[in-house]
Design a protein around this ligand. Structure first.
Ligand code: MEV
Length: 424
């Protein structure tokens, strides 16, 4: 049905339940929908309402836990929030198959974020560049004054970098990068505030006009890395290893394949980023921009053979995540997820996320290079289809099993199976 108008004056001033009733009324939905939305589950309505504007409810998705992970010699459980079947199982399987060779070893390049200040309308951009560079100590002072708490935790301004960008469509711009150590914070708020504080000074020194003042999600000074070895015995021999290598080579030379390959990596990374209340879009934007940094969009992972013929994998990607601030603190499930992981620093968190991405990629490539993705995927997908067909309780498992047996995982067939099952 088409609604009459999406203009609802004063909508944001209503209480959450008033907003909900209004939407239900306008959309022509019934009491059942209203009651469903009124149940906010384990996220208190008041918290949801304070997190975003115009809240009318919450959206639950499953939280699973990946087992078998060893990260830097520590056993870890990984909470993952995802709507996609196979994602949790993929991490469990990859982690199990590299346990005997020690699991995942991780590292991090640092916790530096970049904020950008755009300067336009400068006739002499190279001259302006030097003017800005000469004032590094004033810039540091202003930046650090904006965030004494960050300073107290050992963070703060570290450096500047100034670039002149020229393009045939636009006049030259002078772009200042503030490089800031944000420690355990993701840091968006901290660096955005710094960029806004510094911009008027840059305009004054150069006589130009400052424009955008915002962080860069290409957090290439905050790279998380993970590596692991899978022995030939663990993965089932040379043919499997060579299949994985061939799949990787495909992704590394072809952006069409690399997009899917990296999407699989982000299946794992985004699920654990979301479970901990971190910003999935920031991590995703950073990942894809980094994957294109050589000028061609490529794989975020690399796969090789070691001197014993075993399969080695590594991943390196921007990981701007934090432990303080935002939903990591306000969302109760995020806090429990962090407790499940036993995390004590943003760096530890970021490194673990990288390990999850590598694990996910291993399982996807192994499945693709051997049985194909549908076999494993379909077993789990069948359960979703069974639910879509109306199966409840124990019926879900039975209908799903029958769908897989028949080799046809379709809603119409699930309905047929369900009907005959209910007839007895
Ligand atoms: C599906 O969500 C993810 C995969 O397509 C990843 C890949 O192809 O590497 C299986």
């Amino acid at each position: 049905m088409h609604i009459q108008s999406s203009r609802i004056s004063g909508f944001h001033n209503l209480s959450m339940s008033e907003r909900r009733d209004k939407v239900i009324e306008i959309a022509g939905l019934g009491r059942e929908a209203a009651d469903h939305l009124a149940n906010t589950g384990n996220l208190e309505a008041g918290i949801a309402d304070s997190m975003i504007e115009n809240a009318i409810g919450t959206m639950n998705i499953p939280l699973g836990v990946a087992t078998n992970m060893i990260v830097d010699e520590r056993e870890m459980l990984i909470p993952m929030a995802t709507e996609e079947s196979s994602v949790v199982a993929a991490v469990c399987n990859a982690a199990r198959q590299c346990r005997d060779s020690g699991g995942f070893i991780t590292s991090m390049s640092g916790s530096l974020m970049i904020a950008q200040v755009q300067l336009i309308d400068v006739p002499n951009p190279e001259f302006a560049r030097l003017q800005i560079l000469e004032n590094k100590s004033d810039i540091k002072e202003v930046c650090d004054e904006t965030d004494p708490v960050l300073l107290k935790h050992g963070g703060g301004f570290r450096d500047i970098e100034v670039r002149v960008l020229e393009d045939r469509h636009a006049a030259p711009m002078v772009i200042t990068h503030l490089i800031v150590d944000t420690r355990d914070a993701m840091g968006a708020n901290a660096v955005n505030t710094m960029a806004e504080a510094v911009a008027p000074m840059i305009a004054q020194w150069t006589g130009g006009r400052t424009y955008l003042r915002i962080l860069s999600n290409l957090a290439d000074r905050r790279l998380a890395r993970a590596r692991a070895t899978w022995t030939l015995d663990a993965i089932g021999g040379e043919a499997v290893r060579d299949g994985i290598l061939a799949a990787y080579n495909f992704a590394d030379v072809d952006p069409y394949r690399a997009a899917t390959h990296n999407k699989g990596i982000m299946n794992g990374v985004s699920a654990v980023v979301l479970a901990t209340g971190n910003d999935t879009r920031a991590v995703e934007a950073g990942a894809h921009a980094y994957a294109a940094q050589t000028g061609r969009y490529r794989s975020l992972t690399h796969w090789e053979t070691d001197r014993n013929g075993n399969l080695t994998g590594m991943i390196e990607m921007p990981m701007a995540v934090g432990l303080v601030g935002g939903a990591t603190k306000s969302h109760p499930t995020a806090r429990i997820s962090l407790d499940i992981m036993g995390i004590d620093s943003a760096e530890h968190l970021a490194r673990t996320f990288a390990a999850v991405g590598l694990a996910q990629n291993f399982s996807a490539l192994k499945a693709l290079a051997t049985t194909g993705i549908q076999k494993g995927h379909m077993a789990l997908h069948a359960k979703n289809i069974a639910v879509m067909a109306g199966a409840i309780g124990v019926e879900v498992e039975s209908v799903a099993k029958e769908l897989v047996n028949r080799g046809k995982v379709r809603v119409d067939i699930a309905e047929e199976i369900l009907k005959s099952m209910r007839r007895g």
